[in-house]
Ligand binder design. Structure first.
Ligand code: VG1
Ligand code: CO
Length: 543
């Protein structure tokens, strides 16, 4: 085996964000960029000699090329085995499952998730640890530190490995095991849910539409929903993964999944609709004429989880990211279990799941999951919904309305201002940070501020502290607005504004969310001056 040691030097900007490293594809394809980062991951985790890693991605442009480079670097660094999804495909939750099931030393997932793909769009890479979850902050700090003092990387010269067919291949002394990306994941789902009950629902005339958005969930959804559960052929649309996601934006929200939204609100709407993102860890749920916010979906799933076999014995606890609405908190209260509030990003749930303190976790950004893997899981959420509906035999809209009557409704919306000039975005955040301590007790746009702080998380399991996780303002009467800067973008800064208000009056629960939140939206602008300072008339994305 011809191992080459290639001299290199640090490249700026290799600091992982909320979920691994994301950059413009062309940046990733630049000289040494991918190689530097991969070697830094290997060095940051103490080397890969004798280790086994899972490797796969969401199929976007550069996925297969990058995998060939990673395999040659693994072999050069002495890894003993790479387990690779056929054609380089693995959804994020499927990769997490394989790491756990095969007991590997972790895995490399190639994805920029919901960001568009293509030569002029985005690419990403992240390392997940042996528990199947995103690397902890401690590990990402080590990886980043290596990117700043790297001097060389190792790679073997050789032909591409054939990853188009399954089976064992060799690359120098390393085995490359190419596997069916769907089989283990489908088996896991079958273990968690009552497939017979879901089959019964689907054969009773209940219709579904799943939009895979030309991304990685297509083959998974086809295999599980259509072939195993008997949903009508064609229930899964946009099911073939394409390198640029059909030119679209594989983000399951009402804006980017408009095709599905229109179908669900049209005359021939199916009973249930869902979509997933580029790498298959997000989900959007829509009933006939009824969009379910991710925060409400989390609350409904938590309240009804015991209807599915895997959760029959109850939940140990629930965790949600801080900007996610408090709807699930009241479910936890009723169930008499703990509810944890973590920073944005799935990595913060890992310790709680590993320690058995939480069973179900969720984020307002359409991520829901449980302790079955260590990632959020789009199809899992869809199947849990279907399992619940198979037992309840109720329209989605009815189930949601009943939930609100019982628990109250948290009106919720997120407003994103994208590609804002970074200096300006930082200044707006700094201005709020400076003035926030004087605000409690005063009025902002007619709303009385009860409390204001910057969220800092103390991990109850390992005691680590994560600071600067979002600016929070609480108003009298149960309103809240949170501001934070995105950690997944590749262009300028994205300011996220999370707006929420609790409504307990049953006669006031059917309002439009933007209308119900109007006073808080106004206060948010007074506090932040985003529109005034950026000269924009409104957000780019409203979820
Ligand atoms: C966003 C979401 C966050 C999610 C992250 C990764 O991060 O807000 O909830 O965990 O994306 O999701 P940020 O820093 O841009 O707000 V995925 O599906 O893009 O891996
Ligand atoms: Co994703």
């Amino acid at each position: 085996m011809d191992i080459q040691t290639v001299e290199t030097g640090p490249i700026n900007g290799q600091k992982p964000g909320t979920s691994g490293l994301r950059k413009k594809t062309k940046v990733f394809m630049g000289p040494h960029f991918l190689e530097n980062y991969v070697q830094s991951i290997f060095d940051g985790i103490g080397g890969v000699s004798g280790k086994t890693l899972i490797v796969g991605g969401d199929g976007r442009y550069f996925n297969e090329r990058a995998i060939q480079v990673i395999l040659r670097m693994m072999a050069a660094n002495g890894a003993s085995r790479a387990i690779v999804g056929q054609n380089g495909l693995l959804s994020t939750p499927a990769a997490s499952n394989l790491i756990r099931k095969r007991g590997t030393d972790g895995g490399l997932i190639l994805s920029a998730s919901h960001n568009p793909g293509g030569p002029d769009e985005d690419f990403g890479l992240k390392y997940n640890g042996p528990n199947g979850g995103p690397a902890s902050e401690g590990v990402t700090d080590k990886i980043f530190a290596r990117t700043t003092d790297i001097t060389s990387y190792k790679i073997v010269e050789g032909e591409d490995v054939d990853i188009a067919s399954t089976g064992d291949k060799t690359l120098g002394d390393m085995v490359v095991e190419v596997i069916d990306p769907v089989a283990d994941y489908a088996a896991l789902m079958e273990n968690l849910f009552d497939f017979d009950a879901i089959k019964g629902l689907l054969s009773s005339g209940f219709t579904i539409s799943f939009d895979a958005m030309h991304a990685v969930t297509g083959p998974y959804a086809k295999a599980i929903l259509e072939h195993r559960l008997g949903a009508a052929e064609g229930s899964v649309v946009n099911a073939t993964p394409s390198p640029d996601f059909g030119g679209g934006h594989p983000d399951p929200n009402p804006i980017w999944a408009k095709e599905l939204m229109d179908r669900m609100h049209g005359p021939d709407a199916p009973d249930f609709g869902a979509a997933s993102d580029g790498d298959g860890d997000r989900n959007m749920i829509v009933g006939k004429g009824c969009y379910v916010t991710p925060s409400d979906s989390l609350a409904v799933l938590a309240a009804n989880a015991t209807l599915a076999p895997a959760y029959r014995d109850g939940l140990k606890g629930i965790a949600r990211s801080m900007p996610t609405s408090a709807a699930v908190d009241r479910v936890a209260e009723k169930l008499g279990i703990d509810c944890y509030e973590t920073p944005t990003g799935w990595k913060f749930f890992g310790n709680l799941l590993d320690a058995g303190r939480a069973t179900i976790c969720g984020e307002e950004s359409a991520g829901t999951g449980s302790d079955h893997v260590r990632e959020k899981d789009g199809l899992w959420a869809v199947l849990l919904w279907l399992n619940i509906l198979a037992q309840k035999r109720q329209p989605v809209a009815q189930l949601i309305a009943d939930h609100w009557t019982q628990f109250g409704r948290n009106y919720y919306s997120r407003h994103d201002y994208e590609a804002v000039e970074s200096d300006l975005a930082n200044r707006l955040m700094d201005d709020m940070r400076t003035k926030m301590s004087d605000l409690p007790g005063t009025e902002v746009a007619g709303l009385k501020v009860e409390a204001a702080d910057e969220f800092s998380y103390n991990d109850p399991v390992d005691g680590s502290v994560s600071k600067n996780q979002g600016l929070r303002f609480y108003f009298e009467g149960g309103g809240r607005v949170v501001f934070r800067l995105s950690g997944t973008g590749t262009e300028g800064a994205t300011i996220r504004v999370y707006i929420e208000r609790l409504e307990l009056d049953p006669s006031a629960m059917q309002q439009d969310a933007q209308e119900a939140l109007a006073p808080i939206i106004k206060a948010a602008e007074t506090l932040s001056r985003i529109r005034a300072e950026t000269g924009r008339s409104g957000p780019d994305v409203v979820t």
